[in-house]
Design a protein around this ligand. Structure first.
Ligand code: F6R
Length: 243
């Protein structure tokens, strides 16, 4: 693991953006795995800026999001479909057909998971962007999820629902289910880039880097990836000295 410790969130976002920009300059046809949540917002702001400055184009880029809530419509302001539009897609020249976010139609959800999995197998990812949950999840692979899973429907951990209630009116409004890439899909990406900021991530970050590789802390699997960069701010890195 290549670990980079930054002063603050702004520097994390600069570093993460530099990686993605370098990739897109060398490979305009890159296949990017994307994350939602608060961690990559600064990264997306910088990618939009680089696009506006004509440093990069997304014309031939394909994107694949990690996950989506099940139980709210795509039109909901907190769906990951809306999030990606708001923070990235509506600002850039990506082709609609090249954007992939798991659909969340509950009637067809098992079929959707299979289709998404087939799509991921056909399109090996050049780079997957990740955040980490305070419980150590990546994507929505919650503690206890088998590390061999491919795209599946998950019951969200209560801790995840509480953490994410900040985006919804109340805990009751947070969906109970989601569809997510499995660990196996994530580990197939050629390169992984995980962003974590804030003291509430410090324990999970410590376990991810120094703990045993275990399904109890899904992010610990990243220790086994040959090309994984972890970008942290000082609060998120604060427990690393304790080995
Ligand atoms: C989001 C995702 C999640 C988040 C994680 C951290 O697509 O897959 O694993 O990355 O929950 O969320 P934030 O960044 O909001 O702290």
């Amino acid at each position: 693991m290549n670990i980079i410790i930054c002063r603050d969130y702004s520097e994390i976002s600069d570093q993460a953006a530099q990686k993605v920009i370098t990739l897109l300059k060398s490979n305009p046809y890159a296949k990017l795995g994307l994350a939602t949540g608060s961690s990559p917002i600064g990264l997306y702001e910088r990618l939009v800026k680089a696009y506006r400055l004509k440093e990069i184009s997304f014309k031939d880029v394909m994107t694949f999001n990690l996950d989506e809530y099940v139980g709210i419509p795509r039109s909901h302001s907190q769906s990951y479909y809306s999030f990606m539009n708001e923070h990235l897609f509506k600002h850039i020249d990506i082709q609609l057909a090249n954007i992939h976010i798991p659909d969340n139609d509950i009637e067809r959800i098992d079929e959707i998971a299979k289709e998404y999995n087939r799509l991921l197998k056909k399109n090996p990812l050049d780079l997957q962007v990740l955040g980490i949950g305070s419980n150590g999840h990546i994507g929505f692979n919650e503690p206890g999820t088998p590390l061999g899973n491919e795209t599946f429907v998950v019951t969200l951990d209560e801790r995840t629902r509480k953490d994410n209630s900040r985006f919804f009116g109340s805990l009751d409004d947070v969906p109970k289910y989601a569809i997510t890439m499995g660990i196996k899909n994530i580990m197939r990406a050629k390169e992984l880039l995980l962003i974590a900021s804030g003291i509430e991530k410090a324990e999970a970050v410590h376990q991810m880097i120094y703990g045993d590789v275990t399904s109890q802390l899904p992010a610990s699997i990243l220790q086994l990836h040959p090309n994984c960069t972890i970008i942290l701010d000082e609060p998120a890195a604060s427990k690393l000295k304790e080995k």
